[in-house]
Design a protein around this ligand. Structure first.
Ligand code: ATP
Ligand code: MG
Length: 200
């Protein structure tokens, strides 16, 4: 019997910081699509966040490691933060294909990000490299109209109205971020004074 091809979920994001919305999305898609692993890939320089301040990649990477450490099926990849220049998803998928030959890739996006896929670099190549799974997100209408139906699926997940933008604003204002992000991430933010203007 030929062994089943590994099924690898790919959760791309800025993760500034990683929060429970990201983790629930990955967990739900892993269960629904029978994934063996989900790799979280923090962006290097995000294409869509040029001109905005983004926390140093090493902090974002370490928070992703802390947040995923207890889940044996969750891992974190450095492919995007170690590649110079802007981060494009097509490069992420190319690199993961090189690192994990023979795996079937499932790229997970929230309802807000899926609206932009056609504007991403090399969209036709993208759909050849991975299945895309678009998940619901509070405040955004999920639509996969116009995307190739055989390569893009949608999946409803428990609604967590959490965004990294809100977590950063809370940390800056001295408001609690407990239970929005994993405990270790709360402590990491406090330890390094992130989002208070001294995290350059
Ligand atoms: P920011 O506010 O800085 O943009 P974010 O919360 O949107 O941060 P990102 O790192 O931009 O987080 O998102 C990474 C991926 O996770 C995207 O595909 C996004 O749509 C998805 N995502 C983020 N938060 C949620 C959520 N609460 N529910 C479902 N999907 C989410
Ligand atoms: Mg976002």
């Amino acid at each position: 019997m030929t062994p089943r091809r590994p099924r690898l979920g790919v959760m791309g994001g800025t993760f500034d910081p990683i929060h429970h919305g990201h983790l629930v999305a990955a967990s739900e898609v892993a269960a629904e699509f029978d994934l063996d692993e989900v790799v979280f890939v923090p962006t290097g320089n995000p294409t869509f966040k040029q001109g905005q301040h983004v926390t140093a990649a090493e902090h974002r990477y370490l928070m992703a490691v802390i947040a995923t450490a207890s889940n044996p099926r969750f891992t974190v990849s450095r492919v995007d933060i170690d590649r110079p220049g802007l981060t494009y998803t097509v490069d992420t998928l190319r690199d993961l294909n090189l690192h994990r030959p023979g795996a079937d890739l499932f790229f997970i996006t929230g309802a807000d990000a899926v609206e932009q896929i056609l504007s991403w670099k090399d969209p036709d190549e993208l759909f050849g490299m991975a299945q895309f799974v678009a998940v619901t997100r509070p405040g955004h209408t999920l639509s996969i109209a116009g995307l190739p139906a055989d390569r893009v699926s949608q999946h409803e997940i428990p609604a967590l109205a959490i965004s990294s933008t809100d977590v950063r604003a809370r940390a800056r204002a001295g408001q609690p971020v407990w239970y929005l992000v994993p405990d270790g991430v709360v402590q990491y933010i406090a330890k390094h004074g992130l989002y208070r203007g001294n995290d350059e």
